[in-house]
Design a protein around this ligand. Sequence first.
Ligand SMILES: Nc1ncnc2c1ncn2[C@@H]1O[C@H](COP(=O)(O)OP(=O)(O)OP(=O)(O)O)[C@@H](O)[C@H]1O
Ligand SMILES: [Mg+2]
Length: 299
Amino acid sequence: MMREPTTHSKPSDTELRDEGIPKVDVMSIAERAPKTEETMSNTPDTTPPRTMISTRDFSSWYGKFKALHELNLDIPERMVTALIGPSGCGKSTFLRWINRMNDTITGARSTGAMTLGGEDITDSRYDVVDLRRRVGMVFQRPNPFPKSIFENIAYGANLHRKYSRSDLEQLVEHSLRQAAIWDEVKDRLKDSALGLSGGQQQRLCIARAIAVGPEVLLMDEPCSALDPRSSAAIEELIRSLREQYTIVVVTHNMQQAARISDITAFFYEGHLIETNETEKLFTRPAEKQTDDYISGRFG
Ligand SMILES: Nc1ncnc2c1ncn2[C@@H]1O[C@H](COP(=O)(O)OP(=O)(O)OP(=O)(O)O)[C@@H](O)[C@H]1O
Ligand SMILES: [Mg+2]
């Protein structure tokens, strides 16, 4: 599939500076680690971040077609991990396994391990409803329910837990604030969500995902249907949410991956070729295939 060359050019440091975007702030492992009483002392904290999602020899098939090959990937807690790679390399397939959305596809199956907080989520006995509360999903095209803005947030949250009216109002406000859309919608909560702009709808969908109290947010090309200004708002939002959530985001835009992610994983034809801190992967890729892709030589 043809892609616009600009989305694949490797962002130089100068380019990133010229766009007024600070170079990726890949915080050191110690800085991001959860603080404990012991680590709150002045001694440098060298605790590695906790792994939230982990795969070991994880493979998946659609019927006879093997879409993912023996993936070994650790996704750290409360960081943004970007999945990049050419069309058809398995990014969405991988993302969908994390909240078991492939379950409904006839012939889709997996082998190997995928754990969330140490628990095996591929086990058929694992409660999928609970999994989807823990792992929210945001799609490429914003998909609000044809309901009011308020109901979009309240509906799903109420399915998981019964709230009093005043608690629900607080939850709706909190979620909309976290998704940086409260000020734009606070006076029109009863209006249909379908009347919002694309960028606002996407932030509403992020608020809806947040409202059920997830630990992980999966985002499959969340900006690709949006104009540059709305994309910038979503990027900023992703950066702010990473303080609290583990975020896995698929993007075809190299500059975007460089701006928003801490870790980047490069997929090619169902294989995980390379994963590293984002800045290192973009400036000193270890594999030639990664270098070729981020330099726009294919894809
Ligand atoms: N429901 C399905 N049934 C059969 N094959 C599928 C199905 N969904 C995806 N595939 C195949 O699995 C491979 C990986 O697809 P996937 O959608 O995960 O790629 P992707 O990296 O997300 O691509 P893109 O960047 O175009 O979104 C492709 O060869 C695709 O054709
Ligand atoms: Mg995809």
